[in-house]
Design a protein around this ligand. Structure first.
Ligand code: ADP
Ligand code: MG
Length: 323
């Protein structure tokens, strides 16, 4: 494994939660209806993601772990209208560079599954194996070959907390997928597939909060905003409990969090920030999701317009509710 490859891998993989994010997104892109995530020692020792998606064909397996191999983008223009969660073809290669990966997978038309193991970027032979349709990815000993980076990881419980937050973001964006999360052998979440995000919010944050949420909806030309906002159960100074999704992908945007807190603060007590589950749908050419490999930050072509749209829609919502 070359140093260049290891550095590139560090861009994508910061901690176990980064692996969980990439692999959960791959499962969703593969059309999974069921997705199981488990970690040992906060993901430092083991991350296991099992899905019932379309699987990987035996002859595509090596390719899937090659850098910049993606089955999802056909042309350069596609970069501007990305529909799948993944599109760079970087994640699997990066993860395999700095860990020990085992992948077992089977497509519906294949008589048996296939398995590959990759350690520090070196792939072993592809073998056949018995497995159900779908994919199981196991990532062991993250950063075992970059020991300095491994020392930057936090305690098992802190890393497990990051994984849980990543799991929550993806689970809230995809309520129609049955998802489970296990940490250190214990079931943390078992979320059945539900029709809407409100039911999923209930399983995460309690029925009481879910039922008290206000529906938000507003459209300004091509920019659509919808979702739920609600009162926090306690003072929150941070943006905790605030989820913003752009085309089904969790994003973080300071200015949008600011608009949210502003709209709420204008009407209510200081020092409290609302909980929020908001979706933004905007034409792909109005936003650049390509800013960073981990894709949490995005860049809007006209951030001011999005900001004021969000602020005025939320103000109206808070005003018209009988608070
Ligand atoms: P990207 O998601 O950007 O295409 P990745 O490195 O995450 O790149 O994955 C590389 C390829 O491996 C994907 O394009 C896909 O074809 C395949 N793949 C990865 N994970 C899965 C999965 N869980 N189910 C089916 N195919 C997968
Ligand atoms: Mg991917």
């Amino acid at each position: 494994a070359s140093v260049v490859n290891q550095i590139a891998a560090g861009e994508v993989v910061e901690r176990p939660a980064s692996v969980v994010k990439e692999m959960m997104e791959n499962a969703i892109d593969a059309g999974a209806r069921r997705l199981e995530v488990s970690v040992e020692r906060g993901g430092k020792d083991l991350i296991r993601i099992a899905d019932d998606g379309e699987g990987i064909a035996a002859e595509e397996m090596l390719l899937a772990f090659q850098p910049h191999a993606t089955s999802k983008l056909q042309t350069a223009e596609d970069l501007h209208r990305v529909r799948t969660l993944g599109f760079r073809g970087e994640a699997l290669a990066a993860i395999a560079e700095i860990s020990k990966v085992r992948c077992q997978t089977r497509r519906a038309d294949a008589p048996e599954g296939s398995e590959i193991q990759i350690e520090a970027g070196i792939a072993g032979p592809i073998k056949s194996c018995g497995c159900p349709v779908g994919t199981v990815m196991e990532v062991r000993n993250l950063f075992f070959n970059t020991p300095v980076r491994r020392t930057f990881l936090k305690s098992d419980s802190t890393e497990a907390g990051h994984v849980a937050e990543t799991f929550a973001r993806i689970a809230l964006a995809h309520p129609q997928v049955h998802m489970t999360f296990r940490s250190a052998g214990k079931i943390v979440h078992d979320l059945p597939a539900v029709a809407g995000v409100r039911e999923r919010i209930a399983t995460f944050f309690g029925r009481e909060l879910a039922e008290s949420l206000l529906w938000v909806e507003g459209k300004l030309e091509q920019v659509a905003l919808w979702g739920y906002v609600g009162h926090p159960s306690q003072s929150r100074s941070s943006t905790k409990g605030q989820y913003l999704f752009l085309g089904g992908r969790y994003v973080r945007d300071r200015s949008l969090s600011h608009a949210l807190n502003e709209a709420y603060r204008g009407l209510l007590m200081v020092g409290r920030n609302p909980v929020a589950f908001l979706n933004l749908e905007i034409p792909p050419e109005e936003v650049d999701v390509n800013v960073h490999p981990t894709k949490i930050e995005v860049r809007f072509r006209d951030p001011q317009r999005i900001y004021s749209h969000l602020l005025s829609t939320l103000r109206q919502t808070f005003l018209s509710s009988d608070l």
